[in-house]
Design a protein around this ligand. Sequence first.
Ligand code: ADP
Length: 190
Amino acid sequence: MLNLVLFGPPGAGKGTQADFLIEKFELTHLSTGDLLRSEIAANTPLGLEAKKYMDKGELVPDEVVIGMIGNKLEANKEVKGFIFDGFPRTVAQAEALDNLLNGNGMPVSGMLCLEVEKQELIDRLLTRGKTSGRSDDQDESIIENRIQVYHEKTSPLKDYYLAQDKQYSIDGMGTIEEIAERLSETVNKL
Ligand code: ADP
């Protein structure tokens, strides 16, 4: 099984590159952001709870996203592999993911971190906000908060995966095709 964690700050291009990797390596996409937005669209209690955090650019509580991922893993046992996009975002989430995957004998194969300069992130998110309808992409102070939360709570995960010898930094600046090529080269070596 090939299990990839696609990692990087908001606006790094995880969703775009996930589409490419899914196709090329026949993986199943698990994006916590997408899953949470579907819960909001369906007006579920989980969605209503999550929205309070997402609107401010804060992280949704660990137990909520961990429960959601656990259900999806349970429901997709026969697949070739997963691409985790936007998850894990905290050390507690990474530990929970390891427990879920190792229990089934299918550990994380590698964590691919897209590295992008801060101003480029802000520009990409504001551009996306013009067409995506995502309110968290339309306000620069919320974008700044998401980047700040990334540095405080999520980027420490690089050390978590480095300690397992699974962390790969990928230059996320350039064209979509250039970045896809860099990711492929790394995945082919896993
Ligand atoms: P981006 O990476 O562009 O910020 P996402 O769609 O991945 O976009 O996430 C949007 C929001 O959903 C986050 O700001 C956060 O509030 C919430 N979210 C998504 N994934 C997680 C997670 N793993 N843990 C906690 N909150 C999450």
